[in-house]
Design a binder for this molecule. Structure first.
Ligand SMILES: C[S@@+](CC[C@H](N)C(=O)[O-])C[C@H]1O[C@@H](n2cnc3c(N)ncnc32)[C@H](O)[C@@H]1O
Length: 363
């Protein structure tokens, strides 16, 4: 450009396009990549590619057939080969299948998480984990109005029944591995209270490890039917009491339990509801008893754990009071309620649990 001052090509030597004069000098000359925008656009496609693969039974079919061509799989599934091949290639792009030339096979992630009987299957969770899909199409409206048009609070059991069936294997493993950190199996005859127990994964897993333990499982009546079936299936029904009702008001024995579990229940309740559940747990625990609060906790800057941050927006999109809260917020709430000896454990990746003790003496 005629008359414009010449400036060295190297950003670190520039004199005219400095931050002070003209904003961010590097981005003036080298625009930022559009990759984050594409990542957001592709997020939708990625989710529906995985959902379609599950709906079409691709993972279970490959488990049965072993490595197979698209043509062979198309015959098994009775779908057109070209369309199936397109989908299969995208599932490979998602790193959820392996492919060599025209042969596709399960990789380790698919074997573990996506076949129906995988050891940590999430096959049932994928369809329900984002909440009702139509709420995502109305997210801007939800932000404007400060509440979703069709919150799951209007019909909680319709949403929670498939959700808790889908999360059972994960939460069972979290509870199992939590023992490595907090040794609940060292308790002689632990009395466990699982508030908002869902399918009862926490209580059932702990009872499997504590042969003399007993548990009270609370949830909404229809959801508790899932827990009832699971306790029978897992052979612990005789040591479980099912206590239907709202966890904010259901009758609880004071100073009674060794362990109270608040497993992924606080983030639908808002700050005051979460604090109320923590206070209820405190009341119900015997001195020396421990509360376990499992949830997704953003860091104080809300930048370093996108999974927890996006989970917060997921809650906001589909519930009236749903948000996630930081480690710091929970630590303060637990301390304010009277708990001490706070610990944060991560029994399996991305599954964090606060553990806190009710003091033996009155505070
Ligand atoms: C995300 S699920 C967690 C289930 C289980 N605690 C776990 O960790 O797998 C939340 C559970 O809270 C239950 N819930 C929601 N509101 C409730 C209320 N007011 N009273 C009792 N349970 C409630 C739901 O029915 C659902 O089972």
């Amino acid at each position: 450009m005629a008359g414009a001052p010449r400036d060295p090509a190297y950003p670190e030597l520039k004199t005219s396009h400095t931050m002070a004069r003209a904003g961010r000098p590097w981005t003036d000359y080298k625009p930022p990549p559009a990759a984050p925008v594409w990542a957001a656009i592709e997020g939708l496609a990625r989710y529906y590619i995985l959902l379609a693969a599950l709906e079409l039974d691709i993972f279970d079919t490959l488990q049965r057939t072993g490595p197979a061509t698209a043509e062979r799989l198309a015959g098994e599934l009775d779908v057109p080969t070209a369309h199936l091949a397109s989908l299969l290639d995208s599932v490979v792009a998602l790193e959820l299948l392996d492919q060599y030339t025209d042969v596709y096979e399960l990789n380790d992630a698919a074997t573990r998480y996506l076949v129906t009987d995988g050891p940590a299957t999430m096959a049932g969770l994928v369809p329900v984990a984002p909440g009702p899909h139509e709420n995502w199409t109305r997210l801007a409206e939800t932000v404007r109005n400060g509440r979703p048009a069709t919150p799951i609070d209007d019909d909680p059991s319709a949403f929670y029944i498939p959700l808790v069936e889908g999360t059972f294997t994960t939460m069972y493993r979290v509870a199992m591995r939590a023992d490595l950190k907090i040794r609940y199996t060292a308790l002689a005859e632990p009395r466990i209270l699982d508030l908002g127990a869902g399918a009862g994964a926490w209580a059932i897993s702990m009872l499997h490890r504590c042969p003399d333990g007993t548990a009270v499982l609370n949830d909404l009546p229809e959801v508790l039917d899932v827990a009832r079936a699971k306790t029978v299936e897992h052979d612990v029904a005789d040591r479980c009491e099912l206590r239907p009702g709202d966890f904010h008001t259901v009758d609880l024995e004071p100073d009674h339990y060794d362990i109270v579990v608040l497993g992924h229940v606080c983030r639908t309740e808002g700050a005051s509801g979460a604090r109320h559940l923590i206070a209820r747990a405190f009341e119900a625990l015997r001195p020396g008893g421990r509360v376990l609060v499992a949830d997704y906790f953003p860091d104080p800057e809300r930048k370093f754990n996108p999974h927890a941050v996006i989970m917060g927006t997921t809650m906001m999109a589909s519930t009236i009071n749903g948000f996630t809260f930081t480690h710091r917020a929970f630590a303060e709430w637990l301390t304010d309620a009277g708990f001490e000896a706070l610990r944060l454990i991560e029994p399996i990746g991305f599954q964090q649990v606060f553990v806190a003790t009710k003091p033996r003496r009155k505070p």
